[in-house]
Design a protein around this ligand. Structure first.
Ligand SMILES: [Mg+2]
Length: 429
């Protein structure tokens, strides 16, 4: 019904009825909200973004921990945000999205995107999952990718003991992910000559190469020992690389087939690899019935196009704090679902604001959602400066979705201020 038709109809009604219809169909306009400032503080180990508006509402987002170098990157975007309506999330993202890149350079854009959704929800008085299309589940499954007791060694029995303890955790995780192969430098140093190259240093994941028979056998023995403990009661996923050559990846994946692992992650390329490698993943996937997973480092929907359209993997694991945000993730998940590809959001270092973003996202993801990686607050005092999380957070491997507006978590400002560095002391002002 256009305005002229509506007005024509209303003019035929008694005054009271017309007034009622008008109030239902023509909502009162609100003053346009504008972004007035963008701030970034390193709180503990995490970069936190605050978008400030002219109406007293702020939105918060967070980037993966251990990234204090991101602060100048966040501030780079400030000039593109000022004056825009933060509730027009896509319009704001169109100002900055093209200035991001693969992990870690998509993190600043992603944190800003999440803060925009926080504002949009607060302005609407609705939880963020409503902004993403509404929830289709009341509780969301998490997986444990990093809450683990210290390892006693690097032999199969040590891995068996470790997952036994994780299986008994009070959170009741239904899915556990363990690092093996090139993703686990300690495992690769456990016995001599596991692969035909020297161990290398430098930035994350420097090692790759051809496995020796001994190396292949050791990784498989550790996997089998863990699977024996978990049985079919708790799922086991393995984060394997990046670093395997395709021949070894196929041999390893085929040997894993009888274990029915939930997935094998990043065998070829992955974390901090600045390209997706769809053709090689497709060759791997077609050679095995084991479940093949990648995607945590990939930025932006366009970079998932080949992986999805070529059916190159079974599971995609983007990180909302690296892919470009939660709206970006939703778009990728929907397109993946059209191609029968599952999603399992990465998130171990995403922090407690990140946890809230994961919960709202997972509530609204389609039925190809498996579980997201449960982030933790680091240092421990993060749990004292944030309010709004359930207590306990995880029950029987799930988190109940909450309904407070925006992300539904807020800073206890006085306690949080006490944790700010002198440089960031004006973050909440
Ligand atoms: Mg990984």
């Amino acid at each position: 019904m256009n305005n002229w038709t509506r007005r024509g109809l209303i003019s035929t009604l008694p005054a009271a009825a017309a007034s009622r219809l008008l109030s239902q169909t023509l909502p009162a306009s609100r003053p346009k909200i504008k972004i007035t400032d963008l701030k970034c503080a390193i709180i503990g180990k995490s970069p936190v973004v605050r978008i400030v508006t002219d109406q007293g509402i702020s939105g918060f987002g967070q980037a993966e921990s251990y990234k204090d170098y991101l602060k100048p990157m966040v501030m780079f975007y400030k000039k593109y945000l000022i004056g825009h309506d933060p509730t027009d999330v896509e319009n704001v993202m169109m100002q900055i999205r093209r200035m991001g890149a693969f992990k870690p350079w998509g993190a600043a854009v992603s944190a800003i995107e999440i803060a925009l959704w926080d504002i949009a929800g607060k302005v609407a008085g609705q939880p963020v999952y409503k902004m993403l299309g509404g929830k289709i589940r009341d509780r969301v499954r998490v997986y444990n990718g990093g809450f683990r007791p210290p390892m006693n060694g690097q032999m199969p029995k040590d891995y068996a003991e470790n997952v036994q303890q994780m299986k008994e955790a009070k959170e009741g995780y239904t899915l556990i992910k363990m690092a093996v192969g090139f993703h686990n430098a300690n495992m690769m140093k456990a016995i001599p000559d596991m692969w035909y190259d020297e161990p290398r240093g430098g930035a994350s994941h420097p090692n790759k190469g051809i496995l020796t028979e001994r190396g292949m056998n050791h990784i498989l023995a550790c996997a089998e020992a863990m699977k024996k403990v978990l049985g079919d009661q708790v799922g086991l996923a393995l984060d394997c690389g990046p670093g395997f050559m395709i021949k070894d990846a196929i041999t390893f994946a085929k040997a894993c087939e009888p274990m029915r692992l939930t997935w094998l992650e990043d065998l070829l390329t992955g974390d901090y690899t600045p390209y997706p490698n769809a053709d090689l993943y497709r060759d791997l996937k077609q050679a095995t019935s084991a479940t093949i997973h990648t995607g945590e480092q990939i930025y932006n929907r366009q970079n998932f196009k080949d992986l999805i359209e070529k059916q190159a993997v079974d599971v995609l694991g983007p990180d909302p704090e690296d892919v470009g945000g939660i709206g970006e993730f939703k778009w990728i998940a929907e397109y993946a679902d059209l191609h029968s590809i599952a999603v399992a959001p990465h998130g171990i270092f995403d922090g407690l604001i990140g946890l809230a973003a994961h919960v709202h996202l997972a509530a609204a993801l389609p039925q190809n959602f498996i579980a997201f990686e449960y982030p933790y607050g680091q240092p421990e005092w993060w749990y004292d400066i944030i309010e709004g999380l359930p207590n306990p957070i995880v029950k029987k491997g799930f988190i109940d979705v909450w309904d407070a507006p925006g992300l539904g978590v807020n800073f206890r400002v006085k306690a949080a201020k006490a944790r700010l560095s002198p440089e960031d002391s004006g973050f909440f002002d």
